[in-house]
Design a protein around this ligand. Structure first.
Ligand code: F6P
Length: 195
């Protein structure tokens, strides 16, 4: 059986400030994670010559992949974080204060809520379809370095979790979720590389 390794990018400067979306680089902790991840991948996939590293088109995932050597890297726009539209770059506090109706509608139905000029979780789930088809087709291991909302959706697909749970699944930073697809079904392991 071949593993799929799912991870968020290392902590970004926006993560530190609590800002959603954006395209910032990594914090110091995020850079440290990129090194630890590279070590982990080197050991875990050492004899897997056909493995590949998939990132989004956003800096924080590309920088997280950077220290990983020896495997081809592929950027997918479909792996970019949920587009928060007019709320991109805001903190949750700012949204609550400046756009209380938006804040409340999202809280009420996080799965279906679509940011003005942005996306909903359902939109993200839909745009992930080609990525999922390609992941299913791969015979070699894949390391997917992406973002919170996107990884919730990908994880839910492989772990067979219901739609309504997706926006609430825990996908912490600096943690690798390893999924193994074997004949007996799907197995999962989590590796927390740092806090
Ligand atoms: O805060 C990090 C982040 O990836 C944001 O860029 C994104 O909007 C958010 O998480 C998605 O999580 P939630 O759907 O819980 O707001």
């Amino acid at each position: 059986p071949r593993p799929i390794l799912l991870t968020r990018h290392g902590e970004s400067q926006d993560n530190v400030r609590g800002r959603i979306g954006g395209d910032t680089a990594l914090s110091e902790a995020g850079e440290l994670y990129s090194e630890k991840l590279a070590n982990f991948v080197r050991k875990r996939l050492k004899s897997e010559r056909a493995a590949s590293i998939w990132t989004s088109t956003l800096q924080r995932t590309i920088l997280t992949a950077h220290p990983i050597a020896g495997f081809p890297k592929i950027q997918w726009r479909a792996l970019d974080e949920i587009n928060a539209g007019v709320c991109d770059g805001m903190t949750y506090e700012e949204i609550k204060k400046n756009m209380p109706e938006e804040y409340e509608s999202r809280k009420k139905d996080k799965l279906r809520y679509r940011y003005p000029r942005g996306e909903s979780y359902l939109d993200v789930i839909q745009r992930l379809e080609p990525v999922i088809i390609e992941l299913e087709r791969q015979r070699a291991p894949v390391v997917v370095i992406s973002h919170q909302a996107v990884l919730r959706a990908l994880y839910a697909y492989f772990a067979d979790r219901p739609l309504h749970e997706i926006p609430h699944i825990e996908v912490p930073l600096h943690t690798i979720i390893e999924i193994q697809m074997g004949v007996t079904g799907v197995q999962e392991k989590r590796y927390k590389l740092m806090d």
